[in-house]
Design a protein around this ligand. Sequence first.
Ligand SMILES: *Cc1c(COP(=O)(O)O)cnc(C)c1O
Length: 362
Amino acid sequence: MQTERINVTKSFLPPLAEYERYVEAVFKNCHLTNNGPLLKELEVKLSDYLGVHNFQYVTNGTIALQLAIKALGIEDGEIITTPFSYVATTSSILWEKCKPVFVDIETDNFTLDADKIEQAITDKTRAIMPVHVFGYVCNVEEIDKIAKKHNLKVIYDAAHSFGSKYKGKSLVSYGDISTLSFHSTKLFHTVEGGACIVKDDEVNKRLSLAKSFGHIGDEHFALGINGKQSEMHAAMGLANFPHIKRIIAERKELSNIYDEEFAGCSGIQRPKKQKDLEYNYAYFPIVVKSEEVLLKIFEELSKENIYPRRYFYPTLNKLPYVNGESCPNSEDITSRIMCLPLFVGLNKDIVYKITKIIKENL
Ligand SMILES: *Cc1c(COP(=O)(O)O)cnc(C)c1O
């Protein structure tokens, strides 16, 4: 057994000296937070990289979702969302006193099934909150059409989609607002952090105000919260920024090895990559035949100190504080899906070991 524990991910860290260079600047000018120079520099770099404007760096991806709901003026009512995501997608809706209405997912790429949205719309529906899960793109054209027809807002939880492009455009350029997470487990991170990408300038102003207590100087305009990000976090973002290309390339290389090793395995289902999607290799999910097989694989891998994760489990319509609609596809997929270790620095021999153990236990 190898001694080093292998988790589903391992945070990327830049060379320490590169981080220190930015921290020294913070120490020199003693500007620690409140829209400091490093934060502004990072916002410019990231919005250029993503090809978007109205980019707001905030404390985390959950606050980003809550700010999005607030800034769009959704005070109560129903938000149609996916049951197959991280808990923050649902909890942010509930925290903003709205009701999540769950619409089932597609079985080939696990995103919200656009064909099932219209039948869930009521006179209380205010918005749709889909997730580009694992960095695969939602049916953005169809969702956009439905939203326009029914006068609904669209908030994309794009926490997984940093670096993914659809038809040449970053995934975060879709919807009224897209949100990102820069948590340390994500492909690009700033230790903690997130962002809102806002289409409408007025909404952008509201969001900017809301993330900073709702006031400018002594003048108070609206209810706000503290969603501001610090210079120390921006420093990590700036130090990580030059490595994005390498991060994605290395993950792609490892993903390709997994795929080659699993080629022809009838017991493994992989998400179907949409035509026109330039993928970011954020995760490596596989779906196996049954939960029993999944648990057996977990057991065998744990003997080698290797720990994949059940992303996402449980399906969010079954959370104990949610009385969700039934979503058979999500309930089925969630019982059989796991994400395999994928991170910069993962040894290829470990990938071969993982695929061998999985193939022996299908
Ligand atoms: C990570 C994640 C979030 C939350 O982001 P934080 O920065 O950890 O608050 C929200 N939605 C999805 C789909 C995520 O994976």
